[in-house]
Design a protein around this ligand. Sequence first.
Ligand SMILES: C[S@@+](CC[C@H](N)C(=O)[O-])C[C@H]1O[C@@H](n2cnc3c(N)ncnc32)[C@H](O)[C@@H]1O
Length: 221
Amino acid sequence: MPALQSPTVLNPAIENYMGGLLNHFDNTVLIEMELLAQKNNFPIVGRLVGVFLETLAKMINAKRVFEFGSGYGYSAYWFARAVGPSGQVHCSEADFLNKDRAEGYLSAVDLWDRIDFKAGMAQAIFNQTDGLFDICYNDVDKGDYPEIWLLAKDRIRPGGLYIADNVLWRGRVAAKQSADVFPGWTEAIREHNQLIFNDPDFDTFINPTRDGVIVARRKTD
Ligand SMILES: C[S@@+](CC[C@H](N)C(=O)[O-])C[C@H]1O[C@@H](n2cnc3c(N)ncnc32)[C@H](O)[C@@H]1O
């Protein structure tokens, strides 16, 4: 199995241990997608978070998922497994080449017919897609995180989930001072996290696996 993607905030030995529990996921296409991420240093969520996404989606019987920032379909692979043949995963991705890559990989595992993949800005694609979602999953450029939360939160059905990756940003959110890779991203993630935790309509927690995954459930009453 390829090494897991690791901008981890966990103790690396613990993350390796947890990853080792997932060796039975030996699908060739999945492994190819992970190897491509390693080769190109492309930030897929990795297997530990992938399994977490699939499990969350199954727990709420999700059938309709919107992804902001789909890359070449790795996170969508896990959501597509969860929603089943009658479900749909709406993918949005700025890089047009990634759409072709996603189609290749997800067709090879018979999941492409559950995917509606649009290339372009996620915000615009979301606004052109009607209805409520069981899950809105955010993994775009981090400076846009507050905007995506504000767009998505009213389009999640009661009992549905908002999920975002990288919310601990390699620990920078907790550092008094830290060099930002992109100016303003740490502050944007902090603002995003605070907005969600302050929202009385959602129950929220952060799973610190890998780079931190926020999960906010829209209340039903
Ligand atoms: C972290 S990667 C996504 C990885 C993917 N979720 C996975 O785990 O397989 C972020 C992706 O979002 C895309 N992206 C960033 N900002 C975007 C935006 N505003 N709209 C659409 N795509 C965006 C980038 O091109 C990149 O492919």
